[in-house]
Design a protein around this ligand. Structure first.
Ligand code: DGJ
Length: 736
């Protein structure tokens, strides 16, 4: 009998700290089967007679009384014994396992065999904790499961404990393995990229040839974002079909391995990257793994990403009251001035930014230490008195008198060799004793795994925020690790850096937020190099890419929003031709591209003509009207852009369906090719909506000014664009 225990007492760590309602979890003692239900999803696993904990079902929600079970998997042949054939939820490397292990450990006596079996469990308000142990040694693993009632997104993580009397070396510690049943046609979607070209969508068949989505860089990186989605070839589209997806909440080296096992099932294992991993666990110590979230939708990639967006807004992002605060429209000085910042120049830009309705003025790199270029100054977070003779106060006062907040760029984890900090503490950087320290952008990475470095950074940032009226920090991180060792640490603890660095980064961010609760933070890593659900829990917005070209951005935004909420994604309007790819585009086109996330302006406003100020003022005012819908609404990717011929139509619908914002942009049009009418989605079919253009121009005669939701979704809107870099934006407002 399945006993629902969702009202039982909470024990163990809560993965949804802000969960307002309990999800439903149950344990069937006869079948030894666990079942979690949330949203439109059911997740089930069970304990086999031999104690192995086995995946049973993950997908569309099934009836409360429906029987769920699966026959026990047996050895397939002498080549594949039970440990390998059983789709284990969390497999130790031992007992004949060839599939990707969740945990691989070396004991001091040379033993490396680890077979984890069920010991006990505790149900709680939103899930269950299963205690597992090795068949011989007191090595235990707590497997934590929780399900989000609204979205059905499952959160899984593990805690490994050394109950032996000797040190253990953990070679591989993953958060969880998720399993899909056999199907011949799974397709894996992932997000790859590099600096200036992040968020490229990739798709490939899932087979026994494992796909490894990983970062070995010490941080999340752009190469493989820790997100995946798996659909069925020919069945799973943007609008329809089954999609399983997941994201790892970790901002360090990570790995998600996707492969079909010998039985054709798909196993998805994610956690710390085992590459160069070796974590010494002393007797009595524990190691926590990051949370690996995963969800399911029966309604395509679009619905899968909307579930994730909602989950991020409700469960991950920092909140003010019930929701994450709306993103302010910001101005940023970087593309206008680079390192040439000074009081007069910044004030002049601030005056112009205020004219168009900017709400937050952010001074970027160049304001501190000897920072006149990227060769000096990082590490010295004191104001450069040649550029700001009276400190930051006159600029901040001016910005505030213009009705804006003040924000500041920092890159706390880095140091230039030419800095007072490095001269005083050359041993504070990541490196290996006796080896050269490779520089990237002329900088080295501070070893934040060290307590003294962590405390120094806290003191510096705390001082900066306490002595200046700063509302926002852009927290940058402009290189990856090399020689990843801890100077001075014991050889067996050198590789702890992969865990301890990131944990200390999280601690530092959390402590700063606690001390300065009104300061918002952006995660930037030379663009989108550190975007994941771990950093998102401690920052308010992210910088998706240094590539600010509005056409490339449509591709970038299409990739970004597969995994992450548009409300977190900052997008700037910048100068034309674009600094990176030299493409020239009209200002209105740039606005309509950037207004699909958190809007920013990065132009050199000293070069603007009056008509540019007028265009910008109009779009800034429009953005303020639709901001809530864009940032907190539901995103429908109606026409997805493809490289070489970028055509993009996106629709944002307010949560209460009272408003919608439609953006249609084309890189170019061809011959006299007609465009299909744009059929909207997500509106209330019974309600009536008034439509208007964002540029204030009249509608073409074929478009009625008011019609039902059913009309806009059925008949659609004709948007005849002709020429290069053409764009149109529309607002639909419910009027009855
Ligand atoms: C990289 C960031 O992505 C840019 O926006 C800018 O802040 C520079 N760093 C400054 O060095």
């Amino acid at each position: 009998m399945l006993r629902l225990v969702h009202k039982s007492l909470l024990l163990g760590a809560c993965l949804f700290p802000l969960a307002s309602a309990a999800a439903e979890s149950g344990y069937d003692a006869d079948k030894r089967l666990f079942r979690l239900d949330g949203g439109a999803v059911t997740y089930a696993f069970k304990i086999d007679p031999d104690g192995l904990v086995r995946s049973v079902y993950w997908g569309r929600r099934i009836g409360a009384g429906d029987p769920i079970d699966a026959a026990q998997a047996k050895a397939a042949s002498g080549f594949d014994v039970a440990a390998n054939v059983v789709p284990q939820e969390y497999a130790g490397w031992g007992g004949g396992l060839f599939a990707e292990p969740a945990l691989k450990i070396a004991m001091p006596d040379g033993n490396r065999d680890l077979v984890l079996v069920y010991g006990s469990h505790r149900m709680d308000a939103d899930g269950v904790t299963v205690e597992m142990h090795d068949i011989r040694l007191p090595i235990t693993v707590s497997l934590r499961y929780a399900i989000d009632r609204a979205t059905g997104i499952v959160a899984r993580s593990s805690t490994i404990r050394n109950g032996t009397r000797g040190d253990l070396r953990i070679d591989q510690a993953m958060s969880a393995t998720y399993v899909l049943p056999f199907a011949p046609d799974y397709q894996l979607h992932s997000l790859t990229g590099r600096w200036g070209a992040e968020w490229t969508r990739q798709q490939r068949p899932v087979s026994a040839a494992a796909t490894v989505l990983e970062s070995r860089r010490g941080s999340t990186g752009s190469e493989n974002n820790p997100w995946f989605a798996i659909g069925r070839a020919g069945r799973s589209t943007e609008q329809d079909g089954p999609v399983w997806f997941g994201a790892l909440a970790w901002s360090g080296s990570h790995r998600i391995t996707v492969a079909q096992d010998v039985a054709g099932r798909v196993r998805i294992t994610g956690g710390y990257n085992p590459f160069d991993f070796a974590y010494r666990l002393r007797p009595g110590e524990t190691l926590d793994t990051p949370v690996f979230y995963a969800g399911y939708s029966g309604h395509g990639m679009g619905d899968a990403s909307r579930l994730l967006h909602r989950f991020e807004r409700d469960r991950i992002l920092p909140k003010q009251g019930a929701a994450p605060p709306l993103r302010k429209i910001l101005y940023n000085s970087w593309e206008a001035t680079e390192f040439k910042v000074d009081e007069a120049g910044q004030i002049s830009l601030a005056e112009k930014a205020a004219r168009i309705g900017v709400e937050r003025f952010v001074m970027d790199d160049g304001w501190f230490g000897a920072r006149n270029n990227d060769r000096a100054g990082l590490g010295d977070w004191t104001v450069n008195r040649r550029k700001f003779p009276n400190g930051l106060k006159p600029l901040i006062d001016k910005v505030k008198s213009l009705g804006m907040e003040f924000g500041l760029w920092v890159e706390p984890e880095m140091v230039n060799a030419d800095s007072d900090l490095y001269r005083a503490h050359p041993d504070w950087v990541i490196g290996m004793t006796g080896r050269p320290r490779t520089e990237g952008r002329n900088q080295m990475v501070l070893n934040l795994a060290r307590r003294d470095v962590r405390d120094h950074l806290l003191a510096e940032l705390d001082r900066l925020l306490s002595s200046n009226d700063i509302a926002f920090l852009k927290w940058d991180y402009n290189r990856n690790w090399s020689e990843p060792g801890m100077i001075g640490a014991a050889p067996a603890d050198q590789q702890k850096i992969y865990v301890d660095y990131v944990r200390n980064l999280y601690w530092l961010l959390a402590e700063l937020r606690k001390r300065h609760p009104n300061v918002e933070i952006e995660s930037c890593s030379g663009g989108g190099g550190r975007v994941d659900l771990g950093i998102m829990a401690l920052t308010d917005q992210v910088w998706a890419s240094d590539n600010t070209d509005p056409v490339d951005r449509l591709l970038i935004q299409d990739g970004f929003t597969q995994a992450y909420a548009p409300g977190t994604m900052m997008a700037w309007v910048t100068d034309s031709p674009n600094w990176l790819n030299k493409r020239a585009t009209p200002l209105a086109f740039r606005f309509l591209s950037a207004m699909q996330g958190g809007l920013g302006i990065g132009n050199n406003l000293n070069h603007w003509a009056e008509e540019d100020f007028a265009t910008a003022s109009r779009y800034v005012a429009v953005y303020k009207r639709i901001r809530q819908t864009v940032q907190r609404g539901e995103l429908y990717r109606l026409v997805r852009p493809t490289p070489g011929d970028v055509q993009s139509t996106t629709l944002y619908v307010a949560a209460d369906r009272s408003q919608a914002a439609l953006f249609s942009l084309v890189q170019g049009t061809y011959r006299l090719d007609p465009r299909a009418p744009i059929q909207l989605a997500g509106l209330d079919p019974q309600a009536r909506y008034r439509i208007e253009r964002m540029d204030g121009e009249p509608l073409i005669t074929e478009i009625p000014s008011v019609a039902s939701g059913a009309y806009w979704m059925g008949r659609g809107i004709d948007v005849p664009l002709r020429g290069d870099f053409q764009a149109a934006g529309f607002i639909l407002t419910r009027v009855g």
